[in-house]
Write a protein that binds this ligand. Structure first.
Ligand code: HAM
Length: 427
């Protein structure tokens, strides 16, 4: 009857249509180019992991694990989760395949991630991250390398106006001392905090530093400063990193309020932020996570990395600015009649073997109609096969963009003739 409602995509999960994919592929080519410059190699891990992986890495009390994961039991009753990020997967894979013991790894990845957040511009439930993970170096040289890699990528893509914010969270012990001091202070103002922050006070007080609430921000003005809780070795490491960034002529701002939404960070953390994307300001974020391999059952391995939201990056690039003109076919094969179609499929394959991009007329139609399609396709040349041509093993070659007049050629001359026309177009 045709009255069924149409099936729609899942909320927060987007189709990327061919025009958009052209742009994505250019960005992906840039990722490949820039990571290659620094010796990073691609890793691909599954989209599904055991739920435990994320509970043990991101942290059971984080927003991601508490309320944003797509978790379900499979037919065996195993609890599986669509990955909300890929750092944990990289470390798991490194442990599992013995890539970490007495070795170093420079890895990169790109792919879909899943978080059940409230969708809005720049925030989706299926989104894509490009990330790099450097495993096995204690830093801060590797952090400086990661940052320069990021900056090179922005330059390569023509993105400007990003601000790099950096901070040091210190060791687990330093953070625990700070957490206590922060709690003492905030408890004195508890009634004035926004309700989210009140909830976080008992469980994850550092995240209160992230609050967007104006009154909470005002109270935070008087809060103790994380930087003062670092021990001297941590302070030295952080200032050495700043020396390296200065030497690489990288601009940054120290933001002692910068904390991250994942629990595995130790020491250095950073974010590139923009004011061009509305509420979703973080384009790329990461830091050091020295405890994670051990937390996941491997040997202690120092590590650092970042991940960048590709939707946000592409929004910044601006589709128009990046996209090279759409690729047009070299030839359009006009095939008039049943016999011509049979002959034409062979011609098409031979022309493609010779390296041409060929669009074949499918769906029949008279000569005039097919020539209109040929013209609309953007092809340089139409190759026309009609009923009479089948007998004589000939075809007509018709330049479409003012490269001479139509002529008849023998089928075995076709490739040479077409090449001549296309060469003359190039010159
Ligand atoms: P994250 O801060 O959770 O870190 O995510 C990194 C980036 O992914 C964000 O800055 C943002 O650009 C993008 N992103 C996150 N959620 C969404 C969303 N719902 N929609 C669109 N984009 C989003 C991590 O995931 C860590 N694994 C980063 C890391 C790698 N740390 C060390 N190595």
């Amino acid at each position: 009857m045709g009255h069924e409602t149409s099936v729609r995509s899942v909320r927060g999960m987007n189709d990327l249509l061919p025009d958009q994919v052209d742009c994505w592929q250019e960005v992906e080519a840039a990722l490949r180019e820039v990571t290659g410059r620094y010796g990073y190699r691609e890793i691909r891990t599954p989209v599904l992991e055991h739920t435990e992986l994320f509970c043990r890495s991101i942290g059971a009390q984080t927003d991601i694990v508490e309320k944003e994961m797509y978790t379900f039991s499979d037919n065996n009753g195993d609890s599986l989760t669509l990955r909300p990020e890929a750092t944990a997967s990289c470390v798991r894979a490194g442990n599992e395949h013995g890539l970490l013991y007495n070795q170093t790894q420079r890895l990169w990845y790109a792919g879909p991630m899943f978080r059940h957040e409230r969708p809005q511009k720049g925030r989706y439930r299926q989104f894509h991250q490009f990330g790099i993970e450097a495993l096995g170096w204690p830093g801060p040289d590797i952090e400086a390398e990661i940052i320069t890699l990021g900056e090179r990528l922005w330059r390569h893509l023509g993105i400007s106006g990003l601000t790099l914010e950096i901070n040091s969270l210190g060791s687990v012990a330093a953070r625990a001392r700070y957490r206590d001091a922060l709690c003492d202070y905030l408890q004195q103002h508890e009634g004035m905090l926004d309700s989210d922050s009140q909830r976080r006070l008992a469980r994850n007080p550092l995240r209160i530093l992230d609050s967007k609430d104006a009154r909470t921000q005002e109270i935070l003005q008087g809060a103790p400063d994380l930087g003062e809780f670092l021990d001297t070795a941590e302070q030295r490491q952080f200032s050495r990193l700043q020396d390296l960034l200065d030497a690489a002529q990288i601009n940054y701002q120290v933001n002692t309020r910068l904390v991250r939404g994942l629990d595995y960070y130790t020491g250095f953390v950073f974010e590139w932020v923009t004011d061009q994307l509305g509420a979703q300001s973080a384009v790329c974020a990461g830091g050091r996570y020295d405890g994670l391999t051990e937390q996941l059952g491997g040997r202690s391995t120092p590590a650092a990395g970042f991940a960048c939201g590709l939707e946000r990056l592409i929004e910044l690039v601006g589709t128009q600015q990046l996209m090279s003109p759409r690729r047009s076919p070299d030839l359009f094969l006009v095939l008039v009649g049943d016999q011509a179609e049979i002959r034409g499929i062979g011609y098409g394959e031979e022309l493609r073997n010779a390296g041409f991009d060929v669009l074949t007329n499918c769906g029949q139609g008279n000569l005039k109609k097919q020539l209109r399609r040929a013209d609309a396709s953007g092809a340089q040349v139409a190759v026309i096969v009609g009923a009479a041509d089948v007998e004589s093993a000939t075809c007509d070659v018709k330049p479409l963009r003012g490269q001479g007049s139509q002529r008849q050629v023998q089928a075995d001359e076709l490739i040479n003739d077409v090449r001549k026309i296309l060469d003359s177009t190039l010159n």
